[in-house]
Design a protein around this ligand. Structure first.
Ligand SMILES: O=P(O)(O)OC[C@H]1O[C@H](O[C@H]2O[C@H](CO)[C@@H](O)[C@H](O)[C@H]2O)[C@H](O)[C@@H](O)[C@@H]1O
Length: 826
């Protein structure tokens, strides 16, 4: 028995039957010892094997697969594992192995021809790279028959061992695109032999949309083969829906998209998203123990991939080149470390890709290299687990930008190894399964080189607190959803098959009764323990009025907010462009957080205040600008609101015909004074040249003001109506449900949803109230004590600089800057 004894394996063996795993390869490969001529096992350290092998071993199950070598004598005995082997497969006795033997030419046609020449590119939505050759397909059928036959043999072996009235029926779990036909034959043969079993299939690569899938001439057979199972698993819901769509269109199956069910020949097949994870704790351990291998003070951008055309490596290098063109400030400051693991090296396409990569690396290095620095360090080869963990741990940015990928475990391994403080940033392609769940990563379309360069730039300059919040979320999710929990989810799905399979008739007829918030927010909030509500004031909570003093909070909104503020699990901050005392006055609720001047001042519920430091020259500049605006543009009803650190030039009461000219004049004055003019509703905000906005303020509030314990499940909602709210929506992208309030469609927004008015905001708040209403009121102010502690301990990193009038806005340092920390006063 191996040392690995996962909780998934223990739960699998409480009451369940055995498991037979069927995969193209066994969980180890056989090699012949050059000297002795004996066969030896070479163990696999992959995450999948780590999770699945213990379950098979503990349940007395069997593994069916190809041993990685063509044996002259198919009866040659499979050796036991080496006594020093500590990997999870060590306990898999040779009697629990059923090896596949196939004639080498046939196997080549099946494996290289059909699996990797046809299904691999087609299922990755790259049909131009796919070949459709009848002989390859015939070989695929033959090999799948062989796998099915050997699996039925394994079922017989189990039946003999357990006796006729033994435990519950075994689970037969067929893996991946190599074996899409096997399940149907296993079912038929098992039925003929009167052997009961539950059949499952899991696809590790994407399942393509119908328009791509139907290009395969024998696509119906593939679907029928998979539908031989009771349960079919994919990484993400999109692939499930693609599969269901194909079943309906190709085979005319009755389907239920809501409950993910397909009906064929009187049987109901459950389709389930089962996103795979990584052995999180193992990677943490590796990262803790690995010695540093990167001796550089440059920011390292890391890429780790098999050298495969699906991984977008050429696009990645070009995006990096674009970054250096657009942002030369990164020259000599950053380095792209690309590790490309050799793969399918005897296939022409892969050889061509290697050639292209070699040339591109040479060209980019040739173009940008300086005497002290080369932009790309390229490793073509394998790296050990320890070294890999060190790369993951010490990289500033991980670039995971495949053109298409079933899941992508590099993204997850990177996150697991990010144990350093402050952490790095993950960039993921939306075309990887990982991109669907890792919301807090920066999303980057690898095809759009300019945008990719922008995203890399954003990652390189991302403030420390934003990096920390994003990485905390990412790590927590991956720790919860590690490979063991994937295994558990699979076993649970197999357990509940009977109940779910009965549902198709009943559920597909049910009318949809849920409203918009139910659809969007309940999915997002789910069983959340805590909710952070970040709300803008003017135009969001209060309708726009002719004058700021008249923009009062509607009573119903006030009462709803009041009740929400008394709920133990709801945390509220009002984040406004008004000055903080003014907005607190307008809202008039005690015990919540107020941020004024777009977050430059933050008033905590306990009365203490955070004030972003404002150097003298900037204070003087505000006074000068106020004077200039008052003297030159405060006419025809226009006026300046003096908010202390900030100014707003209002022209709502100016006749429409005169507004544009007046606003233009004001814009000039604001720019000349070294401030940034930001358009608001009939107003121009003069924003100081500081890297602090509603985005940074939101992150600060979430991290410190609320005193939240991030090991709990926390959800965030942000709502705002203004361009200044876009800063927050961008900073919270992927981490929050975001609403932009606008009466009509807006083209440029980072928000996920639009709400048409302040009335819709109230409706949303009431939805939240209903959702959380069964919880107890806040007992004491312990939370705020925690918050105070958190604020006291956090290092704020911000600095001001009065820029030369034409220079870009100042970027705060990435390392703690003790001389310019924000001030806290009670
Ligand atoms: O961040 P917010 O809470 O949305 O504040 C943005 C600005 O709101 C106020 O001005 C706007 O609302 C006024 C009242 O409805 C309206 O008269 C004006 O035309 C709007 O621009 C406030 O006066 C500003 O200080 C805020 O920056």
């Amino acid at each position: 028995m191996s040392g690995t004894d996962s909780s998934a394996s223990r739960s699998a063996c409480n009451s369940k039957g055995s498991m037979i795993v069927v995969s193209n390869r066994l969980p180890f490969i056989l090699k012949r010892n050059d000297k002795t001529g004996d066969l030896e096992r070479k163990a696999s350290a992959g995450g999948l094997v780590t999770a699945v092998a213990p379950v098979v071993i503990r349940g007395g199950g069997i593994w069916v697969g190809w041993p990685g070598i063509h044996l002259d004598d198919p009866n040659e005995k499979i050796p036991e594992s080496n006594p020093n082997d500590k990997t999870p497969t060590a306990g898999l006795l040779s009697e629990k192995i059923v090896p596949i033997h196939a004639e080498p030419k046939l196997f080549d046609s099946y494996y290289n021809g059909c699996c990797n020449g046809t299904f691999w590119p087609l299922f990755h939505s790259m049909p131009d790279r796919a070949t459709f050759i009848a002989d390859h397909w015939k070989a695929y059928i033959k090999c799948n028959e062989e796998f099915a036959e050997k699996t039925v043999h394994a079922l017989h072996l189990l039946k003999q061992q357990k006796g006729k009235n033994g435990s519950s029926p075994p689970i037969v779990w067929v893996h991946d695109y190599h074996l899409m036909l096997a399940a149907n034959w296993i079912r038929q043969r098992a039925e003929e032999d009167d052997i009961k079993c539950k059949l499952a299939f899991f696809l590790h690569i994407p399942f393509p949309p119908w328009d791509i899938f139907r290009l395969f001439p024998w696509s119906d057979e593939v679907l029928q083969g998979i539908l031989g199972c009771d349960m079919v698993g994919f990484h993400i819901t999109d692939y499930c829906l693609n599969f269901i769509d194909c079943c309906q269109r190709n085979l005319g199956c009755r389907v239920d998209r809501k409950n993910l069910l397909v009906e064929l020949g009187g049987r109901t097949i459950c389709v389930r998203p089962l996103p795979i994870g990584v052995p999180f704790d193992r990677f943490v351990q590796l990262a803790q123990n690995a010695k540093p291998v990167l001796s550089t003070n440059q920011q390292v951008i890391l890429g780790v991939d098999r050298l495969d055309y699906t991984k977008g490596l050429v696009h990645r290098l070009k995006a990096f080149e674009r970054l250096l063109e657009k942002y030369p400030e990164h020259i000599e400051k950053v380095m792209l470390l690309q590790i490309s693991v050799p793969s399918r090296t005897d296939v022409k396409e892969y050889q061509d890709l290697k050639e292209e990569m070699d040339q591109l690396v040479g060209r980019i290095n040739g173009r940008f290299t300086t005497p002290n620095w080369s932009p790309i360090r390229y490793i073509y080869g394998c790296v050990g687990q320890d070294e890999l963990a060190a790369f993951y741990r010490d990289a500033a940015v991980a670039l995971v930008t495949p053109l298409r990928d079933g899941m992508n475990l590099v993204a997850k391994e990177f996150v697991a190894c990010q144990i350093n403080k402050p952490p790095g940033v993950l960039i993921v392609s939306p075309f990887a399964g990982a991109g669907e769940m890792m919301h807090e990563a920066l999303i980057c379309n690898p095809y759009e080189l300019d945008d990719a360069a922008e995203v890399i730039h954003r990652a390189l300059i991302m403030p420390e607190d934003e990096r920390t919040v994003r990485m905390n979320h990412l790590r927590r999710r991956e720790q919860l959803n590690d490979v063991d929990s994937w295994m558990k989810a699979f076993l649970k799905a197999m357990d509940s098959l009977e109940e779910e399979a009965d549902d198709i008739g009943a559920t597909s007829m049910q009318p949809v009764t849920i409203d918009d918030f139910d659809e969007y927010l309940s999915k997002y909030i789910g069983y959340t323990q805590k909710l952070a509500l970040l709300l803008d004031y003017d135009g969001t909570l209060a309708p726009i009025a002719p004058h700021p003093d008249l923009a009062t909070l509607p009573l119903e909104t006030k009462h709803t907010l009041q009740r929400l503020s008394n709920m133990s699990d709801v945390y509220i901050a009002i984040i406004s462009g008004r000055n903080v005392d003014n907005v607190k006055n307008m809202v008039g609720i005690e015990g919540i957080t107020y941020a004024g001047n777009h977050g430059l001042e933050i008033l905590h519920p306990d009365g203490s205040k955070f004030v972003h430091p404002m150097p003298m020259e900037l204070q003087d500049a505000v006074v000068d600008l106020l004077k200039a605006l008052q003297e030159q543009v405060c006419k025809d009803g226009a006026w300046v609101e003096n908010k202390g650190a900030l100014l707003t030039f209002h022209y709502r009461e100016t006749p429409v015909a005169k507004r544009a000219a007046l606003a233009e004049q004001a814009r000039k004055l604001i720019t000349e004074a070294g401030f940034t003019p930001a358009p608001a509703h009939c107003a121009l905000e003069a924003r100081p040249p500081v890297e602090w906005d509603k985005g940074r303020a939101s992150i600060y509030i979430l991290r410190t003001a609320f005193g939240l314990d991030w090991s709990e499940r926390i959800r965030i909602i942000y709502a705002g109506d203004d361009v200044t709210d876009e800063d927050a929506m961008l900073a919270l992208k992927g981490m929050a449900a975001t609403f932009r309030i606008a009466s009509s469609h807006i083209t440029k927004t980072s928000a996920e949803r639009r709400l048409s008015s302040t009335d819709s905001v109230l409706a949303m708040l009431k939805w939240v109230e209903r959702h959380f209403s069964r919880r107890k009121p806040r007992a004491n102010s312990l939370t705020y004590k925690n918050a105070r502690k958190a604020r006291d301990t956090i290092q704020m990193h911000m600095s001001y600089q009065m820029p030369a009038k034409t220079s870009p806005r100042h970027t705060p340092p990435l390392t703690p800057d003790k001389t310019s920390s924000g001030s806290e006063s009670s």
